[in-house]
Design a protein. Structure first.
Length: 506
């Protein structure tokens, strides 16, 4: 009698996932209270939101349940309002599993009635376990405060317009904003009465800066001993985020004077344009306009810059006294300053002339991206009772890093169980790999291959580029490969088995 053999698997599909490993869209919690919840439990609304996934992964739209508790019911103009927030699962999910991922969650409200504009409430950073898609992400409830505008009077209604989750992974912040599209209801009303509190003042040392700039701040009438928080918002005060800053060093003295600096993040996080820099210390708030110019942060290199004309370099060439400049009194036969060879150049005669042209280039940063040489791996066929192991090779993955930073990157993979569609399953851990990765010629940085071992739902490292403190950047092209091995866990039903290997670059 012939021996029937299982076909294992004809295709191990490789689903490439670009960008961030996390897309929560907003802070969430266990299921929010029902719409029939009492006032003490908060007010619930369930609008339709659109979440922008990080690192170019696109967007997702769906409903999200939002429950908010606000107090006190009455404050003075400029008074502090406390907000507690519970969010249900967002439309966004995560392409990989994470333990204790640092999250900062926030929510934006539109004011109506006795005030207009928007206010934003952010909670404290908290660790969150992130499950693998399609399971929904649950983030603990959070709370925070905002300052009622000093010009507010009478009943002020609050309606949610936007949520935001900032996830800190590999020394980088990744944002997932979720904008309310429709269906949002008023979630609370605060009655504003009494005399306004004296407004805090805020002054920025520079109102026009490049990404990565350090901005000095000062002010008066802040809360003594408070820990101010910085947010960068759109020009109209919406879309605020703490992730636009690489560092915040602010303090308030005992006399209420604020001082210190904020350091903007790089241009990959801070777009050029007009913004508002908002400072909130838990009770007092003020803001100043801040224009972010397009370009790289300033450096100590005095060489050509795209915003400076080619005839105005600080090395003395091209200036008013330079023979190649536009000075009509300049002697075209005069050598540049410091030059002692007075021999005329070849072809120079009594009626000759000289000219000089300065060349400059501006190198713009590129993306962090990946490509793969194929999308399937075939382990071939195995005969039950005769063969229990098969080998294969991962399609080569090429990582391109043109960002011009030294923050590094990480390429990981998860694998689903192998199934045959008829109930047969081979655990994902039956597939093991031995990664390898190399830098192509001209690249900067030395990648590190992941540890050999089994694959599964927990992310396994294929290749990693770490921080390199001795160089200002890493970048170029890097190839990642892996030898694969499939071992049968025992007797399995015959059939054609397949699984999905998902790669994530961040």
């Amino acid at each position: 009698m012939p021996v029937r053999r299982p076909v294992l698997p004809r295709r191990l599909a490789v689903a490439t996932v670009f960008g961030l490993l996390l897309s929560t869209g907003a802070a969430g919690a266990a299921e929010s209270p029902s719409p029939e919840a009492s006032a003490a439990q908060g007010v619930t609304t369930e609008p339709t939101v659109t979440c922008q996934l990080p690192a170019g992964q696109g967007e997702k739209t769906g409903q999200q349940k939002i429950t908010v508790r606000i107090g006190p019911a009455e404050v003075a103009p400029g008074g502090t309002v406390h907000v507690e927030v519970d969010l249900g699962p967002t439309p966004a999910t995560s392409p990989m599993e994470l333990d204790d991922a640092p999250f900062t969650a926030g929510i934006e409200f539109a004011l109506s009635g006795g005030a207009d504009g928007t206010v934003t409430v952010f909670g404290k950073q908290a660790p969150v376990d992130v499950p693998l898609a399609p399971e929904r992400i649950q983030v603990p409830s959070y709370e925070g405060d905002f300052m009622m505008p000093p010009d507010a009077r009478g009943p002020v209604k609050l309606t949610p317009t936007r949520t935001l989750t900032v996830t800190h992974v590999l020394d980088r912040d990744f944002e997932t904003p979720c904008a309310v599209r429709s269906g949002a209801d008023v979630i609370g009303t605060v009655d504003v009465k009494g005399e306004p509190r004296p407004a805090a003042t805020l002054t920025a040392a520079d109102r026009s800066v490049l990404p990565g700039a350090v901005v000095g701040l000062s002010g008066t009438r802040w809360t003594p001993g408070a820990a101010p928080r910085a947010l960068l918002c759109g020009q109209d005060g919406t879309g605020c985020s703490p992730a636009k800053f690489a560092r915040t060093a602010l303090e308030v003295a005992s006399d209420g004077r604020l001082s210190g600096t904020v350091t903007l993040a790089g241009q990959d996080m801070v777009p050029a344009g007009d913004h508002r820099l908002r400072i909130f210390d838990g009770a007092r708030e003020a803001s100043v306009p801040l224009r972010v110019r397009d370009g790289q942060p300033a450096s100590d290199d005095p060489g050509p810059h795209p915003s400076r004309p080619a005839d105005s370099f600080p090395d003395g060439t091209g200036g008013p006294g330079d023979p190649g400049g536009d000075d009509p009194t300049a002697d075209p036969s005069s050598p540049p300053p410091g030059h002692t060879d007075r021999t005329p150049p070849p072809g120079h005669g009594s009626g000759g002339a000289q000219g000089r042209q300065h060349l400059a280039a501006y190198i713009t940063p590129g993306p962090l991206a990946m490509t793969q040489s194929g999308d399937s791996v075939d382990f071939g066929a195995l005969d039950l009772g005769q063969q229990s192991t098969a080998t294969g090779a991962l399609n080569t993955v090429t990582v391109s890093d043109g960002r011009g930073h030294n923050i590094g990157w990480s390429l990981t993979a998860t694998l689903t169980n192998l199934t045959n569609g008829n109930g047969g399953t081979i655990p994902a851990g039956s597939v093991t790999w031995t990664p390898s990765c190399t830098a192509q010629t001209g690249s900067v940085g030395r990648p590190v291959a992941g540890t050999p071992g089994p694959l599964g739902a927990q992310a396994s490292s294929l290749c990693t580029m770490g921080h390199h403190m001795r160089t200002p950047m890493t970048g170029g092209k890097f190839k990642a490969d892996a030898a694969l091995s499939l071992t049968l866990p025992g007797f399995v039903p015959p059939g054609e088995y397949s699984a999905t290997l998902q790669l994530t670059l961040l």
